[in-house]
Design a protein around this ligand. Sequence first.
Ligand code: PGA
Length: 259
Amino acid sequence: MEIIVLPDADAVANAAAGIIQARVERGPAVLGLATGSTPLGTYRELIRRHREEGLSFADAQAFTLDEYLGLPADHPESYRSVIRREFTDSVDFADGAVRSIDGQAEDPEQEALRYDAEIAAAGGVDVQLLGIGTDGHIGFNEPMSSLASRTRIKTLTEQTRRDNARFFPSIDEVPHHVITQGLGTIREARHLLLLGLGEPKALAIAAAVEGPIAANCPASALQLHPHTTVLVDAAAASRLEHTEYYQYTHAQKPAWQRY
Ligand code: PGA
């Protein structure tokens, strides 16, 4: 794991956008996109680079990470809608290049299998952007998710429903169930990019990065991945024990070493 502690959210967005840009410019890329507040700065920066610097996504494909079960695709809070509104509609992905899970599929279990197969058919994900829940979830893999899990239906914890209630008129409207890429699915992406912003994420980041690999903190599964970059602001890093070492490593990073 490479852990990069940056001063603030803008610096995190800038660094994440740089990593995604580098991959997109290397040739046809499959991006894994996350929703939630955390990646919004990264998306804004990528849109800016598209508009002002000619960064193009014309050869890229994208897969969203998860979806609420039961929300119509055109519901403003479906992750299919959110990712289009916040990012993909503002750049130049080709028609049909942004794929998401159908939260209203007649057979959700079949839909989950179909989605894993669709990712595999695209050649797998090159760079997977991830936020982290206050309970350590990635995607919607809540605590005690199998570290080998595939895309499937999950039940949200009440904490996650409360965390996400700000996007809905009331908590009663936050769905209880979701379809999410599994931890095993996520770990098949070639490069994982985990972002953490703000003090509320500090304990989850510390558990994910420095705690034991345990289903109790699903993000700790990333420790098993050979290429994970963790980008955190100072507040989200505030419970880490080895911040000085991470900063030293980053300051000494040779120019030839990739992200
Ligand atoms: P947030 O959510 O980015 O809105 O904090 C992250 C998550 O729940 O994965």
